[in-house]
Design a protein. Structure first.
Length: 638
């Protein structure tokens, strides 16, 4: 009956640990008998066999002693515990030591006999022969065992990209792997190509596609830790296009390093103010605790980038209560947990409210229940392409939600209401910017008719590090090896830090008298392409372009998105007034009359209720100065 590989594999797997150890010891003892017979045949004339036949009892006793010695030293040196899969050089040395000890003690035993059967030179030869036989037997058993395991497995065929030290180590490791089988190397080094490394041929990358098809490659492993990750990523993308699964193998140093386990950590954290080429504002404004200390303050959008920073800074002023109003459950949970850790023994009460500003009953209940005195309104849908594609929801939240919240705040006799707006509200070319401009008009209108509530607005440029801003996007793209994407080579933006944005909002609560727009003097616009280059170089990479084709990361121009401007503005008019701080400017901008505002809101409510995007655009076109729908803008530019 023929024993197949699967039969052998099943037999081996079904043995217990003790049974496997007994098999190994039995093989070792069998090798002693065979080695002793070989030694006698090599060292004695044929006449000795006649003598052995006569004195067979003495020879049998001596051989029994050798077998007992072999069993003792095998157990003493734990040869039976060495797994065949792990039988390497150190294990060979142990086997040789055991054979040497058996030969030494066998020679000493023979000397004490009345008629020595063998001499010292015989036992020296015996030790060498026993070593060869024992090691050979283990290697053969190891080979058969591994073959039986591997033949029974469905293994992926692997091509190793890189035949250097890392690739060779990987190939050695895969020899005993149950799921992967290395079949060949690929390497850019011309001196390695057409050579055989670790019993596998090395090919040129030029033949990759044909090689993958010919050898039925399932996976390619990049074993080139010395080249930059961006270059590895480019190779990986090319291989994926060929239909291969691709994995990257880090260097051993990377594997044991705590600081380099995530590639994104290669992008070194920096102070965002370094990109602004101006002095920051975070620590340049007077203490605001007189305004917010001991009062009940509500922050809408409390889990967002701006909202959460507002909460942190307000908490330092020790308000009586801090009401966190947020539509996202996870975001609310995160900021609540953080703030509760910061509260300590200050006595500040943290109130977490899960809700939408478009839910009028909830908004009014919260304002009344917690006696809110100051509202900082940072809740908004702000991603331009997303709002452009979801116009009804964006307008309902940004405009009608602001109207609901502001009306409720005025009725609750809130002392201060500050709207967080955006530079995209100035002569907007997209629905998001137009919705924020309408929200500003809502606040400007209410400011003229509110006796006990001061309504004000702050208008931001882009906030560095906020969700959806370019820095987190560029960091992610750099961490993947690029490319870094820009919508236009000339695009520029005003930038401020999250800390500056929060301080500007808080200052507006002190400066506002009613209906003003506050902006930060943010210096010159920043070229986004220049920012991208700075981030790539700060991460330790080089930009790949026509002048430097061997660079690491490419900057790709994708084209302006719907409604996106090349250059944003902060003010609709040109006239500004000073405030209590030289870097904060105040503008009184044109507003709609009470009747015009009421007409606009009614028309918008009807359009949203009907789900009529066309009517929403008509309302925006009528009441927001400078807005042109994207389709008309495209036609005009064509």
């Amino acid at each position: 009956m023929v024993l197949t590989w699967i039969d052998l594999n099943g037999y081996i797997r079904n043995r217990t640990g003790l049974q496997k150890q007994a098999i190994l010891i039995s093989v070792d003892l069998m090798m002693i008998v065979i080695a002793f017979g070989t030694t006698i045949a090599l060292t004695h004339p044929w006449a000795v066999f006649a003598e052995i036949a006569v004195h067979w009892k003495s020879w049998s006793t001596y051989l029994f002693i050798l077998v007992c010695l072999g069993a003792s030293f095998s157990i003493l040196l734990d040869l039976h515990r060495i797994k065949l899969k792990s039988y390497e050089l150190q294990s060979v040395m142990r086997t040789a030591a055991s054979a040497g000890l058996v030969g030494l003690f066998g020679a000493l035993t023979s000397m004490f006999l009345d008629n020595p059967l063998v001499n010292m030179s015989d036992m020296f030869i015996f030790s060498m022969v026993l070593t060869i036989y024992s090691v050979g037997a283990r290697i053969m058993m190891r080979h058969l065992t591994l073959e039986s395991y591997l033949k029974a497995q469905t293994r992926k065929r692997v091509l190793i990209y890189g035949a250097g030290n890392t690739g060779v180590q990987l190939a050695a490791a895969l020899k005993t792997d149950d799921s992967l089988e290395a079949v060949a190397f690929v390497d850019d080094n011309l001196t390695l190509q057409k050579m055989v490394v670790s019993n596998m041929p090395v090919y040129s990358p030029v033949r990759l596609e044909a090689l993958i098809s010919k050898k039925e490659i399932d996976m390619v492993i990049l074993a080139m830790p010395s080249i930059s990750r961006p270059k590895q990523s480019r190779i990986a993308r090319k291989l994926e296009d060929m239909g291969c699964e691709v994995s990257m193998l880090p260097s051993f140093v990377s594997l044991i390093s705590e600081g380099d386990r995530d590639l994104i950590k290669r992008v070194q954290p920096v102070d965002p103010i370094e990109y602004l080429n101006r002095t920051g504002l975070e620590h340049d404004i007077k203490n605001l605790c007189d305004i917010y200390g001991g009062r009940s303050v509500m922050v809408t959008g409390a889990g967002g980038s701006i909202g959460s920073e507002l909460c942190r800074q307000i908490l330092a002023c020790r308000p009586k209560e801090l009401v966190l109003f947020e539509i996202g459950e996870h975001a609310l949970y995160q900021i609540e947990r953080e703030l509760r850790d910061l509260v300590g023994t200050t006595g500040v009460k943290i109130r977490s409210v899960l809700g939408s500003i478009t839910d009028e009953s909830t908004v009014r209940r919260v304002l009344s229940q917690y006696g809110v005195e100051i509202v900082l309104h940072a809740a908004a849908y702000k991603h331009v392409p997303m709002v452009e594609r979801n116009m009804l929801v964006g307008v309902r939240n940004n405009v009608l939600g602001t109207k609901i919240l502001a009306d409720a705040a005025r009725d609750a006799k809130v002392s201060h209401f500050i709207l967080v707006s955006t530079d995209k509200a100035v002569r907007p070319t997209n629905v998001m910017g137009a919705s924020k401009r309408l929200a500003e008009l809502v606040i400007q209108d209410l400011a003229t008719r509110a006796d006990e509530t001061r309504f004000g607005m702050v208008r931001f440029g882009n906030v560095l590090g906020s969700s959806g801003s370019v820095i987190p996007l560029f960091e992610e793209q750099i961490s993947r090896g690029g490319p870094v994407t820009l919508t236009h080579s000339e695009i520029s933006r005003f930038f401020m830090t999250i800390g500056e944005a929060a301080r500007l909002v808080l200052m507006a609560g002190d400066y506002t008298q009613g209906g003003e727009v506050f902006v930060l003097d943010m210096g010159e616009r920043i070229q986004i392409q220049k920012l991208a280059r700075q981030m790539i170089e700060r991460a330790g990479y080089s930009v790949r372009d026509a002048r430097t084709p061997d660079g690491d990361i490419e900057i790709v121009i994708t084209g302006l998105r719907p409604g996106e401007k090349l250059h944003e503005e902060l003010l609709i008019g040109t006239e500004t007034q000073p405030t209590g701080h030289p870097k904060i400017l105040c503008a009184q901008e044109e507003r709609l009359s009470e009747i015009e505002m009421a007409t606009a809101i009614r028309a918008l409510q009807t359009a949203v209720l009907e789900g009529n995007e066309s009517r929403v655009k008509d309302v925006i076109c009528r009441w927001v100065a400078g807005y042109v729908p994207q389709n008309e803008l495209d036609e005009a530019q064509a």
